[in-house]
Ligand binder design. Structure first.
Ligand SMILES: [Zn+2]
Ligand SMILES: [Zn+2]
Length: 256
């Protein structure tokens, strides 16, 4: 990916139940903002409907992917189709406690790229079971364990840890450094999520965070998490964030 501008982590109405922006709108905005390619990364399982079975997704149909490539071509960009996979807690039937973490799946198509893995379990069904009673510090600790277990388990090739600690509590620079080191060891990138940043999560661009990322040598992925037409200005924001990163982070460390 290197020095090309790829618009990372996008959800569109054609592939995500809860997205409302169209491929056409995203490709046009991406082109205007100076991107040459777009990563469409549908949720494998809808975070608002975690109980729904994911295999009815049209995403996996080759025809659907071809259709998107044709639309992208009209707007002068390339499209890569990946996926956003959930990290799911495993519950102990008896105590109702969390005993570990696994990736959702199985993935029907391993050619999907990039594969983004992320914790959404606070926002959904899992909330009731896992972290209703947790303090922010405990939630952060639990997420750290989740990331580590998933990265260390063999199986699916993972490219990016999506919006780290988004639904967590307080994250210290040392925890971020620890995560960055583990990710770097497994050749997995860490996402700087534009949606999360513009929602007010300033931790990700704090000098201490950027130091931790630089020192670990971890690959950095700038993802927008665009879902709606109102989110389209994230294209420009992503470019701005990249410029900002380049002041302190070597170009080669930023992968899109
Ligand atoms: Zn997500
Ligand atoms: Zn997303």
């Amino acid at each position: 990916m290197g020095n090309t501008h790829i618009l990372g982590h996008v959800h569109i109405v054609q592939t995500d139940r809860h997205a409302t922006v169209t491929a056409e709108e995203v490709f046009f905005a991406a082109h205007l903002a100076g991107f040459s390619a777009v990563h469409i990364t549908p949720h494998y399982r809808d975070p608002n409907h975690p109980e729904a079975h994911p295999t009815d997704r049209l995403l996996w149909e080759v025809d659907r992917q071809e259709q998107l490539r044709h639309i992208a071509q009209r707007f002068g960009v390339k499209v890569h189709i990946g996926v956003e996979l959930d990290i799911l807690p495993v519950f102990d039937q008896g105590s109702n406690g969390v005993t570990g973490f696994v990736l959702d799946g199985p993935l029907p198509d391993t050619t999907l790229s990039p594969v983004i893995v992320a914790c959404h379990f606070t926002a959904v069904l899992w909330h009731k079971k896992s972290d209703g009673e947790q303090s922010p510090a405990q939630r952060t600790e639990q997420m750290m364990v989740a990331y580590q277990q998933v990265l260390e388990s063999p199986g699916i090739r993972i490219n990016v840890i999506g919006h780290p600690f988004r639904h967590g509590g307080d994250v210290s620079p040392s925890q971020l450094f620890q995560l960055a080191q583990i990710a770097a060891m497994h050749d997995v990138a860490i996402e700087l999520n534009v949606n999360q940043i513009l929602e007010g999560d300033n931790r990700l661009l704090a000098p201490a965070t950027l130091d931790a990322l630089r020192m670990s040598g971890v690959a950095i992925y700038i993802g927008t998490d665009i879902h709606t037409r109102e989110n389209l200005h994230f294209c420009d924001a992503a470019m701005g964030i990249k410029d900002l990163l380049l002041r302190t982070i070597p170009r080669g460390q930023i992968i899109n």
